[in-house]
Design a binder for this molecule. Sequence first.
Ligand SMILES: *Cc1c(COP(=O)(O)O)cnc(C)c1O
Length: 377
Amino acid sequence: MNAPALHAIHILARPEVPPLPPYNAGLSSEAVRARYGATEIARLASNENPFGASPAVARALAGLALHVGTYPDAQCTALRAAIAARTGVPAEAIAVGNGSEDILQMLCQAFLSPGDRVLAQRPAFGLHEIYPRMMGARVELLELTPALGFDVDAWCQALARGPKIAMLANPSNPVGCMFSAGDFARLLDATPQQTLLVVDEAYYEYALHAEGYPDVLALLRGRPMPWIVLRTFSKAWGLAGLRVGYGLASDAALVQLLDRVRTPFNVNQAAQAAALAAWGDVGFMQRGVAETVRLRGVLAQRLATLPVRMAPSAANFLFIDIGRPNGPVNEALLARGLIVKPWKEPGFEHFIRVSVGTEADNARFADALAGILEGGQ
Ligand SMILES: *Cc1c(COP(=O)(O)O)cnc(C)c1O
């Protein structure tokens, strides 16, 4: 492509679009194999579940091949009913998306105009910033405390200024820190009625193992501001490849607005069937989560013997300050077939995020990191 053509097409684009950063989805296993010649690959970059999905999912999917000629249920009726039955949120107040990132996008499309103010955390899940900017909103990013925690005072002050939307991930991705029940109650007291609170609980099922993790739905009920709690089938339920997330909202009217902007068949048939089957096997999910929480402890103990710094994590990953630029360390890890996420945001170039994988993959990662750091790379 030549430069003038690129320039011309940029002029046609909405002004918000060309400056958007690309989402950093990381390297595929195939790319690492091809580029580094690594044979044994450990995928520890995307917080995927090493234990996969319940066997009930495979059974549900096997029956679908003969039915792919019909459109999926545009309302996700069965899945919403199942989610309603377990969460106590009425089905009309539940949104389902092609991943919870789809719901983040719908929220931004439905509520944000150019110049609107959005509050989010730095570092955070990239789409908390990218989707608001796509709509022309101004994003205020709050900083972590020096101890790698949420700055609750700063959050309260910024919420009191009345942003249109506040995006809170609890626990945080990539840090793993969380707002406690007490912190969260303070945030709610500080939030004006006109602010839409988006609480991203992508790691909810893991965080239930963390002491003090708030029952946010209970705390939100009866509050005057609009809110939506986002959860996903991608992490604890092991369905990242099929893309299903859901939002539990303060009221049905909010979900009806999201319905106006979403693609009508946003959750495909396989995704709906798989999510419903996974949801029916809570035991499988809970065993995998408990094992990941145990393995996170083992990995954190091992890493504590290395010259690194870590925040305590309530999720299925660890955010590690390796005390030197992460680029060369990441290259050395890739050469050994270990895919992690080197953080690229200014101020965090010494951090890598590693997902908790199988016991063997975690040990390979810890050994490799120890060797690389000792080697002075
Ligand atoms: C993984 C993740 C999501 C996205 O989940 P999908 O349902 O796969 O789109 C959303 N928010 C956070 C904070 C995440 O880490």
